[in-house]
Design a protein around this ligand. Structure first.
Ligand SMILES: [Zn+2]
Length: 171
């Protein structure tokens, strides 16, 4: 699966997941994968609740960003913890920062809560300031973080697997 160090810029996929479509760095936060090390520490329950809410808000507002399959937690499996079930059912969140936009997997609340993952402090601050992901304020905050450019969330086209089948749609 995907392993990306915190705050690196990576091209995860098309549309909003392609850093070239943003005017500012699209930084990865929380893409954990066993056995790679990650920072640990105490994150307040308010931030954990906020992350959970953002995942839910994004799921309902931007369903076109949900294209990854259900993901289980490799950290739980490696630690022989009880299977938490799917921690990441397809959604990813975008968090407006200061001169950056962060992209995190939907499993990030689980990583923080269960594995004591400590995200970068700038990210935590951005999360606590982030408006409801279903609101116009959120759009504005993303646009502002993106140097006034419209965020690429709405130009994203549904992902279609290519290679095995021609779905008959051109252009
Ligand atoms: Zn886990």
């Amino acid at each position: 699966m995907v392993l990306v160090a915190d705050l690196t810029v990576f091209r995860y996929h098309n549309g909003p997941f392609d850093p070239q479509n943003w005017a500012v760095p699209l930084q990865a936060v929380g893409w954990l994968e066993h056995p790679h090390q990650f920072a640990t520490g105490n994150v307040g329950t308010a931030v954990i609740s906020k992350l959970k809410a953002m995942v839910e808000q994004t799921r309902s507002t931007y369903p076109q960003n949900n294209f990854r399959g259900v993901k289980s937690c490799s950290l739980c499996i490696a630690a022989n913890l009880p299977d938490p079930g799917p921690i990441w059912s397809q959604e990813n969140i975008f968090v407006p920062g200061v001169g950056v936009v962060y992209v995190s997997p939907g499993g990030i609340p689980h990583y923080v809560e269960t594995h004591l993952y400590l995200p970068p402090v700038d990210f935590l601050e951005a999360v606590s300031k982030c408006p409801n992901c279903g609101s116009n304020e959120y759009r504005k905050a993303l646009r502002s973080a993106n140097r006034g450019n419209e965020p690429p969330l709405e130009v994203f086209k549904p992902y279609v697997f290519t290679g095995s089948k021609n779905r008959g749609r051109k252009g």
